[in-house]
Structures are given as C-alpha cells and as structure tokens.
Design a protein around this ligand. Structure first.
Ligand code: IPD
Ligand code: CA
Length: 249
C-alpha cells in the first residue's frame, strides 16, 4: 500500500465511523460559545492515527485533536478528523475528513473525503487532483460576476470587521457568497471547479493543508499569511487563479 493509499484507507475508515454515527446522539466533550468538541472528533483522529502509525511508526501526526508519533520526524501527517464538526453535530451533511502529508515542510499528498456523498479527492505532488478517480481542475471562470465565493469569518473584532467588509464587497460583485462550514471541503470544491474562491482571516493548518496542494496543483492560487503568535494559523485567500479577487480584499 502506498502512502496515498494509506491516507485514503484512513479517511474512508474514519468516514464509515462518522456516517454510522450521523443520525445518533453525539457525546460533547467541550462546548464553547462558537465551537464544539465531540468525542467522535477524538475517536476519528485515533482511528486515523492508528492506521498511519501502524504502517509508519516513526512518522509524526499533527492533528486537530493532538499530536502522536515521533514529532522529530521530517515525515508529518496533518490530520483534521472532522472538518465541519458543528455541521456534523447539527445533522447537516456537509463535513469531511482531511489528511495531508509534508516531508521537510513540503506538502506531498492530500486526501479529502466527504462520507455522506462518498466523494473522495486525492492529490500527489506533481500530479493532478482526482475526484473518485477522475481528474479534476479548478474552474475557468475569470469574472467575479460569474463566480461563487466561499467565506469563513473569525469572531475577534479585527477579523470580523475585515470579514464583513469583504463579505459586503463580495456580495455586490460575485454571483453568490456561501458560508458552508467546512474549510477543507470548500477547498476541495474549488479544486474541482464547483466554487471559485475561499477567504478566511483565521484558519488552522489542518483545515487547509490537503486542499492547498489540490488547488495549487491545478492552476489555482493559495495565499497564506501566518498569524504573528501562531505560525500554524493563517489568513487565507484561495482562488482558481483567474478571478480578480483583489477587487474585494
Ligand atoms: C472549522 C471549519 C470552518 C472554519 C473554521 C474551522 P472544525 O473547522 O473548517 O469552515 O470556518 O475556522 O475551525 O472546527 O469544524 O474542524
Ligand atoms: Ca477543522
């Protein structure tokens, strides 16, 4: 089994777990005002970690739910065991599992899996993204008026102010704005041409790593600005590489 196949296997097994629990009551580990941590976030990550470390015991796991393996390894797996946890908890079937791998800090593969509609995006460095085995690309749309933009909005004062200004400009210029609740799945949608851009002022590495490689591999563009106090949190602007996104920034 190749590394990509291992990532696919892990994402699909985690997907099975999430699908089986979608209609069941879900244990909440931590309820914050704007977020939730479920027991299933942890269970999903443990399952993925088990599959990857069984095959590559000396690699590092860097996940939303914590670290595992040998953190000094130059082989790092970046895992979001449920991206769109709030959607999942509220019974909205729009969430995914995202797994990426970096070697010496460089992205080499990515997998994004939507278990509810059984859509699997894969990418290997130097190749083209695939959706359920078929090659896909970013959209060819060049005009904001024809595009659909996907946004996320931070909750701190500055992020909210910037986000709302962009939301207003985007609403006036784009065909539609969407706020769907899973950054990783939104990026997979850009990589296969469903959406044209994604903007968020505060997003973590595990939410975007796999999607970044997919978008960049097919002519799209992902601009990241790391946050001052946390280099794994970014402000992101991702596009199909063609629409004039600067008009709304
Ligand atoms: C969240 C989703 C959401 C984004 C948030 C993330 P989670 O991840 O990706 O789209 O706007 O910033 O935290 O908490 O569902 O894994
Ligand atoms: Ca996430």
């Amino acid at each position: 089994m190749t590394e990509l196949e291992t990532a696919v296997h892990a994402a699909q097994d985690a997907g099975k777990l999430l699908r089986a629990n979608f209609h069941e009551p879900k244990a909440v580990d931590e309820a914050l005002h704007h977020d939730l941590k479920l027991a299933l976030d942890k269970e999903s990550q443990d399952l993925i970690t088990g599959i990857i470390l069984e095959k590559y015991p000396d690699h590092a796991i860097y996940g939303e739910e914590g670290l595992a393996g040998d953190q000094s390894s130059n082989h790092q797996w970046i895992v979001d065991p449920i991206d769109g946890t709030v959607n999942f908890f509220y019974g909205i079937p729009h969430f995914c599992i995202s797994i990426a791998k970096r070697v010496d800090g460089e992205l080499v593969l990515g997998v994004i899996y939507d278990p509810m509609v059984n859509e699997l995006w894969t990418i290997e460095k130097g190749g083209q993204p695939h959706l359920n085995g078929n090659p896909v690309t970013v959209s060819t749309r060049e005009k904001l008026e024809e595009s659909i933009l996907f946004v996320g909005c931070g909750k701190d004062e500055e992020a909210l102010t910037t986000g709302l200004v962009r939301f207003k400009k985007g609403s006036l210029k784009a065909r539609k704005m969407r706020m769907m609740g899973s950054a990783a799945l939104g990026m997979a949608y850009i990589a296969c041409g469903r959406l044209d851009a994604y903007i968020e002022s505060r997003i973590s590495l595990w939410d975007i790593a796999a999607g970044q490689l997919m978008i960049e591999s097919t002519g799209g563009r992902v601009d990241l600005v790391p946050h001052e106090n946390n280099p794994d949190v970014y402000s992101i602007v991702a596009t199909n590489g063609k629409i004039p996104i600067e008009e709304i920034l």
